[in-house]
Design a protein around this ligand. Sequence first.
Ligand SMILES: *Cc1c(COP(=O)(O)O)cnc(C)c1O
Length: 358
Amino acid sequence: MPVGVIARYRAHLPIGPSTPEVDLSEGSTPLIRSRNIGRALGLRHLYFKYEGLNPTGSFKDRGMVVAVARALESGSKVFMCASTGNTSASMAAYAARTGARAIVVVPSGAGRAQGSQPQIAMNKLSQALMYGAKVIALRGNFDFALETVRDLTSHYPVALMNSVNPARIEGQKTAAFEIVDALGDAPDYVVLPVGNAGNITAYWKGFREYHAAGKATRLPRMVGAQAEGAAPIVDGAPVADPKTVASAIRIGNPASWEGATSARDESGGTIAAVTDTEILSAQIRLAGSEGLFAEPASAAPLALLIRLVRDGKVEKEAVTVVVLTGSGLKDPDVALKNVEPPVELDGDARTLAKVLKL
Ligand SMILES: *Cc1c(COP(=O)(O)O)cnc(C)c1O
């Protein structure tokens, strides 16, 4: 029987006897060993932590279940978040499950082209709507949406469910525990995308806590990938108008900026930017040579790893975990631009065989 992250890691979470039980069987995602990309890169121990298998299709469920349990415990029945998509899908699902009201604020242009890029992926929006959330498309970018939600929730009895809510970070750190539990120790490198920077903060907290508890003998180097058009931490300054095909990391002023730089500096890791072209080519390589379809933001860390290996910065014997933060089904429109459309054919088995060069 699969269990949710609260049941599995209760002792390490801010959960007490009076915290209500909440669970969608989130977490316990597979750590999948690479069959082909690792060999091609010359890395002997490459793994993918496949977070797309969480109940709403991204790692956001790990933190959301804890945040929702804590909000219910404190008597809150209205939840609110600003979202690039996955946070809203997750919050809306857990609100539906617990009978709370969900209010989601997304950057305006949601699901439709605004300029050249939709602000959030249509499938993520459809999740929030299906789970019954009230969705507001607020004119402006994600950073403005978050600022507005923080302002509102500080004045009204509404629980703020973004990753500035510390319970989110607590829940998300369980992914680090699972990696150690699966490998028997911490890996050498953990590579993950950095948007609002809550997740890199959470992983680092998780690895440190497990190390302090004697469950790991060492700590990994934390490697964060930003997109070149949305790389405030790499640039060292907020980006007013962040641009990237990877909507989940299209964030110009990360709320957990300090958490990310601490994780990088304390672990001896790095945060670097990759181009949209590198992201999309890593995404298609991951799908085509490992059978793992991840959303564009999730392909950013693989793109960065490929570059670091090329530059000789990763030892061949290193145990490396790439975190695939969300499912490719979240945002197929972006991916489909890079593959051949289906071939339309009028004919029988022989013509079909001919076309297929069998
Ligand atoms: C939220 C999200 C990110 C970014 O995580 P942060 O904690 O904001 O840095 C990356 N990928 C996916 C799929 C996400 O949903």
